[in-house]
Design a protein around this ligand. Structure first.
Ligand code: 5GP
Length: 188
């Protein structure tokens, strides 16, 4: 039987990953959908935990075989996608699935499962705040940093297509709002 999909998106640096982790700690029904991606592993990341890290060739091979529910070239040369097998694995274990994906991926997943998904956009207070958070994170080279800021502006323009928007100008408040929305949705 299909479980539910809690689809969280928002620009890099909006705090969405922190919010997703928080929700996973609050609701044991939720399980994280581990995406496949072709970018390099960052320090501290684990294959099969943060992502399934693939080469671009391996990723393209899986696209051709139809193994993805959705995939995007989120940044030039970097592919990210949700494997059908991942979602099926979690549903078989009787879990609801939570996703941390980009805005287009979010819209595509919702199209596959309109009746049992909720899309939530995490809105940063401003582009300036986002720039500051991303520069503190220091995970990106200057070139990738620029790419992420450009992409963030594009992502924000999709926010009105989401079921719900959470403004993250205070993390505690954002946690509470997310808990409320998601708790209600998975208990329905
Ligand atoms: P990062 O490189 O910071 O881990 O992720 C970059 C972006 O790719 C983030 O916006 C993240 O949410 C998105 N992303 C991660 N997994 C997926 C996925 O499976 N599909 C899509 N479309 N985007 C993803």
């Amino acid at each position: 039987m299909n479980g539910k999909l809690v689809i969280i998106a928002g620009p890099s640096g909006s705090g969405k990953t922190t919010i997703v982790r928080h929700l996973l700690g609050i609701y044991p029904r939720l399980a994280f959908s581990i995406s496949a991606c072709s970018r390099n592993k960052r320090e501290g990341e684990m294959d099969g935990e943060d992502y399934y890290f693939l080469s671009a060739e391996q990723f393209k091979d899986k696209i051709e075989k139809g193994e993805f529910l959705e995939w995007e070239q989120v940044y030039p040369g970097s592919y990210y996608g949700t494997l059908r097998s991942e979602v099926e694995r979690l549903w078989q274990a009787d879990r609801d699935v939570i996703f941390d994906i980009d805005v287009k991926g979010a819209m595509n997943l919702k199209k596959h499962y309109p009746d049992n998904s909720i899309t939530i956009f995490i809105q940063p207070p401003s582009l300036e705040a986002l720039q500051e958070r991303l520069s503190k994170r220091k995970t990106e080279t200057p070139e990738f940093f620029e790419q992420r800021i450009k992409k963030a502006a594009e992502e924000i323009s999709y926010s009105d297509q989401f079921d719900k928007i959470i403004l993250n100008n205070n993390l505690e408040n954002a946690y509470k709002e997310a808990e409320g929305l998601v708790g209600l949705f998975i208990s329905k």
